[in-house]
Design a protein around this ligand. Structure first.
Ligand code: LLP
Length: 424
């Protein structure tokens, strides 16, 4: 977590910087990221992976927070990128990440995206189906390229996380069925334009215990040994992402425990290993600042605190019933008594709710709050629903803060709209 400290005079400080000052100058809603937290988390993850003893590369899952400043910072700390679209490819390259440090994942890559990846020379493409294998082979031949690939295997392991972010069950759309993987790998080795090097897997997101990882990697180890016994070369295992954080009372996923699971199940197989973490790196590094527009009293006795951030900014509570900490910026409010309140956005949907019946300090019109752990799957999932411009973003680095994304102007929202002349 960024260093959040309540100061009697300045209110809530993040890495020593007054969040009220930022809110006052930049306005709300506004995302604030801690460069220091991103850095120290990347360093802790790298150190944990070094315990495995084999080479482990870290490919940051760009989807979690794709801001160029985040990508550049993580690149400086030694991360490559895990991408899932042509857009993320362009972004990662723009941030200075070498093509050879980029892994391309995803269940439906278009021909144009695959050709862009081949053209750029991405380090590895994780193929998710027999169909994609054939398409990629043809595209590689057509472009005179060889694609280094792994097969993404669906190990049919329950990650015990939210259904919408579980990916490693047989019923999910992701990956190649475990039972078919070896035969398909053998087939891939015969296809022109492809250089199969091994396997990948990703069982889901927000995983806080090592047990599902161990189960998945144990299955992958069986597959790798079986493929090798059949004379197939396997040198790479991409262990996926998914390490969870503590939003509420859960214990944060421990990089050391993940490293332990990898080491225990795969460490003896002389593999080049990789992981694709997103949330664990970026989630705790970011908050969303918001202002209470008004406090609406209700017959039930539980007020609605209507804030100027909404589901279009941070979608997680409405999409996954996710819990995010909410704390006032004012020291006075934070020290006051708590009472149940609903915190909601102004969007015209009941789902636009950040929390219900939560014991919170008394928030009044004009009160400012920080919504915590919003650095991953926050700004990246924003929309402009209700013609709400995308919020500003700020990064605090070494005691100074920088605007890293200007608040979108309303006029930008219709820049690409065309009104047929008969209607004007
Ligand atoms: N690798 C692959 C192939 C993935 O699909 C994902 C995430 C990751 C890595 C990174 O997972 P992470 O380390 O961030 O858990 N919007 C949802 C999360 C969706 C995750 C999608 N895939 C949320 O807000 O909870």
């Amino acid at each position: 977590r960024p260093n959040l400290k309540m100061d009697g005079v300045s209110g809530l400080l993040m890495d020593g910087v007054s969040l009220s000052t930022i809110a006052g100058k930049v306005g709300t809603p506004c995302w604030v990221l801690s460069a220091n937290t991103l850095r120290t988390r990347m360093q802790r993850l790298s150190a944990a992976m070094q315990q495995i003893g084999s080479e482990v590369s870290i490919h940051y899952a760009v989807k979690a927070n794709d801001h160029l400043a985040v990508l550049s910072l993580l690149r400086q700390e030694g991360a490559g990128a895990d991408i899932v679209s042509g857009g993320e490819l362009t972004r990662a390259l723009k941030a200075g990440i070498k093509a050879s440090d980029i892994v391309f994942s995803g269940v439906g890559k278009t021909d144009a995206e695959l050709e862009a990846a081949l053209g750029a020379g991405v380090g590895q493409i994780n193929v998710e189906s027999k169909e994609e294998l054939e398409i990629l082979s043809a595209l590689a031949r057509k472009n005179g390229k060889t694609a280094t690939i792994t097969l993404r295997v669906n190990p049919d392991v329950d990650a015990r996380t939210h259904a919408k972010i579980t990916t490693g069950l047989a019923a999910n759309k992701f990956g190649i069925a475990f039972e078919e993987a070896q035969a398909l790998y053998a087939h891939a080795l015969t296809l022109p334009g492809l250089a199969p090097v091994g396997f990948s897997t990703h069982i889901g997101s927000q995983i806080t215990s090592a047990a599902p990882y161990r189960a998945a990697y144990a299955r992958m180890a069986t597959l790798i040994q079986s493929a090798r016994s059949a004379g197939l070369d396997v040198s790479v295992m991409d262990c996926g992402g998914g390490l969870g954080i503590s939003y509420c009372t859960e214990t944060e996923g421990q990089p050391e425990a993940l490293a332990g699971a990898i080491k225990a199940e795969l460490g003896h197989l002389n593999l080049k290993l990789a992981i694709e973490p997103g949330r664990w790196l970026a989630g705790p590094a970011g908050i969303l600042l918001s202002t209470v527009i008004l406090r609406k009293e209700h017959a039930s006795g539980v007020p609605f605190c209507i804030i100027d951030a909404a589901m279009n900014d941070l979608a997680r509570p409405s999409m996954y019933d996710a819990w995010h900490g909410i704390i006032p910026l004012s020291a006075h409010e934070a020290a006051g008594p708590v009472a149940p309140a609903h915190v909601v956005g102004p969007v015209c949907e009941s789902g636009d709710t950040f929390t219900r019946d939560r014991d919170l300090p008394s928030l009044q019109r004009g009160s400012r709050v920080a919504i915590l752990d919003a650095g991953a799957y926050g700004a990246v999932m924003s929309s402009t629903y209700n013609t709400r411009p995308l919020a500003a973003e700020v990064m605090i680095d070494n005691g100074t803060w920088h605007i890293i994304r200007e608040r979108q102007e309303t006029e930008e929202l219709w820049r690409h709209e065309i009104v047929p002349s008969a209607l004007t």
